[in-house]
Design a protein around this ligand. Structure first.
Ligand code: HEM
Length: 500
């Protein structure tokens, strides 16, 4: 049979034509790979050839939960910019922060394919793909996050800080305590109160509320959905099947949010929380809709609890692995205050060493370890001094950025003194650390996070001596990341100390 005959359109295809399909597929993949590795617009960027040829290597590490660690390796080998996909660049250099995340008018947009749209099509803050809608929402919610709002929220926060200490005292009498869990309980309860006007009672019940637990569990599924959304035709499969497969869970989830938000909106008093201002502008042209409010409340719960809890767990682990640092911090806290009541959001700002410990913990165990990709515009963009072609995904890899010896001397060492002007660390590029990101979509809750981290750590060390249990001595090794860290229990022996 002449070759030309093989390609003649006929139905049904002949046996010979069917036999050719795998060969053609291999040929297509090979040609496409050679094109991406050697000839496309990103081919001059360094990186492993297999990652340039196909998105499979990156996707497989994403699905294994070890991508942030793999990216550390790749940046060590290839330098501050690495090609990690057919159209994806990863950065570990501080200049890239502003170029990627702080550019306005137009912003580098989020990858619209990274998430499936909410079933009702209404986005809240967080992953909103529209810059205009995002800034309208941000204006409405930012009032709940100012210093003034935070001062008004202090009595609410203090109630949960008191409750945390009380619960830890109760539990530690029975043996070692999983601090990782308790940090989740306190941060989830606080977010519940400031978002829905009602605690999730995690501390009270010493268990995570089932709605929150379900959301955390589902984050692994989000990673899979994100992969499908970026790989047609799997995206159509997710969009058509996803809503059917998860219809029941989705309805339970939505029903819960609707009910909690409705309850909050019925409250007559003006609470100093995240909602009051937005509530007074509900359904106005510059304001927000109830659906946007509901979606944003979900974002607050996810973004505002797990992150702070991760940081606190990481900080305590590294303190326990470094007894001299723990001792210095305990001494600072125990000599600065005369009673526990004096430890509050204003007084903790005088704790210079504690601040350095928190910065170093954000560096060595950044709560947002996954990437936050943006897409370059239709004309391309200059990032870290070099032109990047249009429609390229670009992202700082926080773990790689903070583990780079070009940015931080002895990057694997937990050394709070690098934030205190120590001569040995004078060449550290401090601006590389941006754990809360920069620009119009940076963390809205940064001030609240610092208050929680500072007061909780200070009150923990005021009240307890701590010892790491044997089973947790390698706690941070290989912690998987599926959107958030899959943290193992951090088992600690707590011994109450009588300070007052
Ligand atoms: C140590 C604690 C925290 C860290 C490290 C952290 C980090 C971040 C980062 C890196 C982003 C940018 C995400 C992106 O570009 O997609 C972000 C956004 C956000 N964070 Fe946080 N966060 C923390 C605590 C909080 C808290 C306490 C809240 C309180 C509600 C919060 C609420 C949010 C929200 C709503 C966004 C989306 C903002 C927007 O799109 O305008 N975060 N956070």
């Amino acid at each position: 049979m002449a070759t030309s005959e093989l390609f003649l359109l006929s139905w049904p295809p002949s046996r010979d034509q069917i036999r050719l399909i795998p060969l053609l597929a291999v040929l297509y993949i090979l040609t496409r790979s050679i094109y991406h590795v050697y000839f496309d617009a990103l081919s001059a960027y360094p990186g492993p050839k297999s990652w340039a040829a196909s998105d499979l290597p990156r996707t497989s590490h994403l699905l294994k939960g070890d991508l942030p660690y793999k990216l550390i390796e790749l940046h060590k080998k290839y330098g501050p910019v690495v090609r990690i996909g057919r159209r994806f660049l990863s950065y570990s250099t501080p200049d890239a922060w502003n170029d990627i995340y702080a550019k306005v008018r137009p912003e580098l947009s989020r990858d619209p394919k990274a998430f499936s749209p909410p079933p009702n099509g209404v986005y809240g803050l967080g992953v909103n793909p529209s810059d205009t809608d995002h800034s309208r929402l941000r204006r409405n919610f930012s009032h709940g996050f100012t210093d003034k709002a935070l001062r008004g929220q202090e009595p609410i926060l203090t109630r949960y800080f008191d409750s945390l200490i009380l619960k830890l005292k109760e539990h530690c009498a029975n043996g070692p305590v999983d601090l990782s869990k308790f940090f989740n309980f306190v941060t989830v309860d606080i977010i519940g109160d400031l978002t829905f006007g009602q605690s999730f009672d995690c501390l009270e019940n010493s268990a995570l509320h089932s709605w929150v637990q379900n959301m955390f569990d589902f984050l692994k599924g989000f990673v899979i959905i994100g992969v499908c959304m970026s790989n047609p035709p799997l995206d159509s499969l997710v969009l058509s099947l996803g809503s059917k497969l998860f219809a029941k869970q989705e309805e339970v989830h939505r029903g819960f949010v609707r009910e909690r938000v409705a309850k909050r909106l019925q409250m007559k008093d003006t609470r100093p929380d995240f909602i009051t201002y937005a509530q007074s502008h509900l359904d106005t042209s510059a304001g927000i809709s109830v659906e946007e409010l509901e979606e944003t409340c979900v974002s607050f719960t996810l973004a505002g609890s797990e992150t702070t809890a991760s940081l606190l767990t990481g900080a305590v682990y590294h303190l326990l692995k470094n007894p001299a640092i723990l001792e210095r911090l305990s001494k600072e806290i125990r000599t600065t205050f005369s009673t526990e009541d004096n430890i509050n959001m204003t007084s903790v700002t005088s704790l210079k060493y504690e601040h350095a410990v928190i910065e170093e913990s954000l560096r060595i165990f950044p709560p947002v370890a996954n990437q936050l990709p943006r897409i370059t515009g239709p004309e391309g963009n200059v990032i870290a001094g070099r032109f990047v072609p249009p429609r390229t995904l670009v992202s700082i890899s926080q773990k790689a950025c903070y583990s780079s010896a070009e940015n931080f001397r002895d990057p694997d060492k937990f050394a709070p003194e690098r934030w205190l002007g120590d001569e040995y660390y004078k060449d550290d590029r401090k601006k590389a650390l941006q754990a809360f990101s920069v620009g119009p979509r940076n963390c809205i809750g940064v001030n609240l996070a610092y208050v929680e981290m500072r007061v909780i750590l200070a009150r923990l060390l005021w009240n307890f001596d701590m010892k790491l249990c044997e089973e947790s001595k390698d706690w941070s090794d290989g912690t998987k990341v599926f959107m958030i860290y899959q943290r193992k229990p951090l088992m600690v022996e707590l011994t109450p100390v009588a300070m007052d």
